[in-house]
Structure formats: C-alpha cells, structure tokens
Design a protein around this ligand. Structure first.
Ligand SMILES: *Cc1c(COP(=O)(O)O)cnc(C)c1O
Length: 378
C-alpha cells in the first residue's frame, strides 16, 4: 500500500465543465466564460477589487514584478526560504532580491528584520505565507507605508487562509495564488493575480493581454485594439478555468478535508513533540491555516535522511522542501543577503513534509504516523 506525497484529485464537476467549455461555450482560448466565472468567484469570496486568472503563480508574480516598475538594481526584500519563482520574477525585471531570515515559529519572513534591510533602492516587500500560515501583515504593511514600498504577497500556498478577517492575497497591494497540482485547490498548472490597489488594474489587464488594450476593446471603451505596453501571454485556457471552477465550488469541502488530515497528524504525533523528539507545525491564533503542509522538524539533516529512507522502504513518500535561495548559484549571482541566515539554513536541513492530499484516509494517516513512531522507538 503505497502512500504518495501528493495526489491530484477530482471532487465534482471538473470534467463536465471542461466538456461544457468545448461543446456549449465553444471557447478554449483564455478570458472565456469559465475564466470570468473563476475571477468573479475569487473577487466575491475573498473581497478583492480585481482578479485576473493566470497560467501559474509564477506568471502572477511576474506580472506583479512588471507592475512594480523597477529600475535596474532596485531592491525587493523577501525570505530566502521560498520557491525560486518569488525571486526569479523580480530578477527578470532587473530587480535585486534581498534575502532575509525567517521566524523560528511560523517559518515566515521575520518582520523584525525588514526595516534593517531597507535602503534607498528598496521598492517592495514580498511576504511568503509558508504552509498557508499568515505572515505578520499588519507590521509589514506599516513598514511599507512608512517607507513608501509596495507589498506583493506570495500567497501561492495561502488559499482560504485568513489574517485577522482578511484572506491571504488581499492584504498587500497585490497578491498571487497558485493552483498547481501540489496546492490545495488545483487546475494542473494555474494561478491568479489579486489586485487590491485599484491603481494597478488598468495596466495589469494590458500586461495580461500581451501588452494590448484588448480588454478595453471588448468592453467597447476603444474602437480598435492595439499594442500599448509590454506584456505576455499570461492567461490560462478556458478549459483549465473550467476545471478550476469546479474546484472553487467545492473549495470549502477540500480545505476542511485537508484540515481534518492535518489535525489528525497533530494529534497522532503530539506525544513525540512532548518528548522533544521532533517539532510539529506551530499552533495557536497566529498560525491558523488551510491544512496545506504538514511538516515535522527533525533533530538533524542526518536524522531526516534516515527517516526519509525508512519511510520510503515502507512505501511512504515524505519530502524535504526549499534549498535556501541566498546560497544557491542564481541567488548568489542575482541577489543580496541581509543579516544571518541561521534559521533558514537550519530549518531547510531539518524540515520534512508528510503525505497530505484530498482523499487521504485515516488509515493512511495512522500508517504514516505509526511508521514515524516506530523509527524513533529504535
Ligand atoms: C508553488 C509556489 C509558487 C509557484 O507556483 P506555480 O503556480 O507553480 O507557478 C511560488 N511561490 C510559492 C511560495 C509556492 O509555494
């Protein structure tokens, strides 16, 4: 009985809506009826001015970077403990990522280090909500206001999580979501740009439509459409949106299911944390999340390597996560590091993500937990 780390899934009308997009709507290209439905759904449910569906969160981050209008050498502060796209998007626009360390508890950007990293060249802060757990957005927004910086939320993992009464992705100037098959709500590859600051809406639409004013044309605001700015093909096909819309309709069920699995892991492994054998994800008000990742933190890299092997021999696939960006070849070439990176380096060697997917049974969660307990009983 193999337990994969992740498993793509169907919950409702995904295939029916794809058929509908072809047969009834006769539109497979982007910005069709299902794209509009998904955008409306996200705008209404999350309380966001404008949402543009993209083919990935990477694309949404790239659009955000274009919207920042960086000059060569302008700096963007972000954690080193993140996915490459967070940094790459800004590097492609001549920006310099400035990497800082993370907090010990949430593994999110340490908001207390941000102010020290600000220089005359700083233009933006990019908080990444790791495992769907919110960054300290009130502190980050206050710093941004004080120094006139933009806040771009990398909420790739943050679908449906809240900070206070606001959904992640709707708190900074711009937010970016991912619907990659490894995330909570999926469409294969997929993402969304959430625009919370109205001044970015018009240009974002143009960038999204390959640098043309096509959206304005279709609204009858101009009588022909033409090339007006830089842009690219950032839209997903409408059948991708069709698949996604079915997932959005069932998103509450999906998230509740993931939270259930997450809480079962917490309960089953609590004893190991009490005995200080390993560390579990942080709990409490600040850490309320969407059940995106269940991780454990082992004592050392060596112990983690042995545990991965032990689980793999039992056909259980647990995986580590980010290799820090600040010390990666491209990170050294394109970025700068501010301050020490002890926590980032340390956590990156010790963190292990356990299997967690929609449809995972109690029996499977118990088998993973029992195997971990067995490993530590030797
Ligand atoms: C998954 C992820 C991305 C990239 O998302 P894609 O949709 O695969 O482009 C970016 N940032 C973070 C933090 C992620 O977890």
């Amino acid at each position: 009985m193999k337990i994969p780390f992740n498993k793509p899934f169907i919950v409702g009308k995904e295939l029916f809506y794809i058929a509908q997009s072809v047969i009834q709507n006769s539109q497979l290209a982007g910005d069709g009826p299902f794209t509009k439905k998904c955008q409306k759904w996200l705008e209404t449910q999350f309380g966001c001015h404008k949402v543009l569906l993209t083919h990935s969160c990477t694309a949404a981050l790239e659009m955000s970077a274009i919207l920042c209008e960086l000059k060569p050498g302008d700096e963007v502060i972000m954690p080193s403990f993140t996915f490459v796209s967070t940094a790459n998007a800004f590097v492609r626009c001549d920006g310099t990522p400035v990497f800082i360390d993370i907090r010990q508890d949430t593994l999110n950007i340490d908001e207390n280090l941000i102010e020290g990293a600000i220089t005359e060249k700083t233009r933006a802060i990019v908080p990444v909500h790791y495992a769907g757990v919110p960054c300290k957005m009130d502190v980050i927004n206050d710093i941004a206001a004080k120094y006139n910086l933009l806040v771009i939320e990398d909420a790739a993992q943050g679908f449906n999580s809240k900070y206070g009464n606001k959904f992640l992705g709707t708190i900074g100037n711009i937010g970016c979501l991912s619907f990659h098959e490894t995330k909570n709500i999926i469409s294969g590859e997929g993402g969304a740009l959430l625009i919370n600051d109205k001044k970015f809406i018009e240009r974002a639409e143009i960038i999204w439509e390959k640098g043309t004013n096509r959206s304005k044309f279709f609204r009858g605001q101009v009588d022909k459409y033409t090339w007006v700015d830089i842009g690219s093909s950032f839209l997903p096909s409408d059948q991708i949106a069709a698949f996604l819309y079915a997932q959005l309709e069932e998103s509450e069920k999906i998230i509740n299911e993931r939270r259930r699995i997450f809480n079962l892991y917490l309960q089953l492994l609590a004893a190991l944390q009490e005995k200080e054998i390993l560390r579990l994800p942080c709990m409490g008000n600040d850490c309320q999340a969407n059940g995106h990742i269940f991780y454990i933190i082992t004592k050392s890299l060596d112990e983690r390597t042995k545990l991965i092997k032990y689980l793999k021999e039992r056909e259980i696939y647990a995986v580590f996560h980010y290799i820090p960006l600040h010390s990666s070849p491209a990170g050294i070439k394109f970025g700068k590091t501010f301050g020490g990176m002890e926590i980032t380096e340390n956590i990156s060697e010790r963190l292990l993500r356990l299997p967690l997917f929609y449809g995972m049974t109690d029996k499977e969660v118990i088998r993973v937990s029992d195997s971990i307990k067995e490993f530590y009983s030797h």
